[in-house]
Design a protein around this ligand. Sequence first.
Ligand code: NDP
Length: 397
Amino acid sequence: MIIGAGGVGRVVTHKCAQHPEVFSEILLASRTQSKCEAIVADVRQATQHPALTTAAIDAEDIPALVALMRSFEPVLVIHVALPYQDLTIMEACLQTGVHYLDTANYEPKDEAKFEYSWQWAYQDRFREAGLTAILGCGFDPGVTSVFTAYAAKHHFDEMHYLDIVDCNGGDHGKAFATNFNPEINIREITQKGRYYENGEWVETEPFEFRKSLNYPNIGTRDSYLLYHEELESLVKNYPSIKRARFWMTFGQEYLTHLRVIQNIGMSRIDPVRFQGMDIVPLEFLKAVLPDPGSLGENYSGETSIGCRIRGVKDGGERTYYIWNNCSHQAAFDETGAQGVSYTTGVPAMIGAMMFLTGEWTGAGVFNVEEFNPDPFLAKLNEYGLTWHEEVGADIEL
Ligand code: NDP
């Protein structure tokens, strides 16, 4: 059962339907059923999957979720709606004995703050119920976490410095648009930055640190230090890490728009009174910005996301870079969605496949780096996101 019929939900539905031997029955449920129907019509045509259905669901309504899960009886929920719904869907899974997977950690609507504590608190309940919850199985978090696990397993005795680098070298031709849900995206990047060093979190002003980094097949791009959720679980699961940072590229035009949006109050997440009703400016802004799902056509260029790691192996210092480049156009040709939705949806499908085929097992709440990275990365190559690695790379950081 897939929840969420946005850009990512479109890709997940396509990719699951390409593997009916694993995903024999698929229900796509979301707030607006017509969006589910439009996706399913495309997927049916592309894959001829024989058992695709849709439903309307408010994923913040636990009794409604429980009723839908009781009637469809899914083995696993792939949650690709919004992070606000993580906890209600986890609750419904516990009530119905259904396993759970998502791509973004919980954040409350009234506070732009995301961390794993809320979902890690479900550990005992999932373990006691014999259920698996797989957290953060998109690209970042997700593939970046698996890349780190793969590096730890095959290339390092100890990892010391981890830099996750995320570049969107694409051009969608719009003056300003976000590549995934604008509300979630703008909340994320206007927060203070944070990185981990010597056992402590160091806070930075938004966009305070910039480095010019070179990305394969794209070139040099200004990259800014941000906080990103996988840092929290990676430093916990790899205690040898002394410093962990996350960098994302932004163009000057994007940053200028963002500054204006903030300066005029349109990024506010508290309600304001307007013509007799309460509206949240950022929610209103989302309604007038381009739908990320519509950016695919004529989107040129590539994304490039990877991990640059420094540590020791066999007594010597080692550097290592592991990354994927994804073409927006190729993603659109296959699924009707742009590269950012594609790079999130493909790993979500593969994570679900890992679980359903018994490669990833265990009762409790897990971040993806806790599982065996090898079968996941083998499928990543096979199912659309080829990855590359370089030992001894100039990692620039
Ligand atoms: P979209 O905004 O395009 O889609 C979200 C979908 O969720 C919409 O169809 C929306 O319905 C639906 N939805 C919202 N609220 C509810 C609700 N209460 N009940 C049921 N359905 C609801 O977002 P994206 O597809 O771009 O992103 C999906 C998720 O993926 C987000 O959580 C995002 O944070 C995550 N993500 C993760 C990444 C990673 O690498 N780990 C990268 C990019 C995204 P409606 O259409 O009616 O509004």
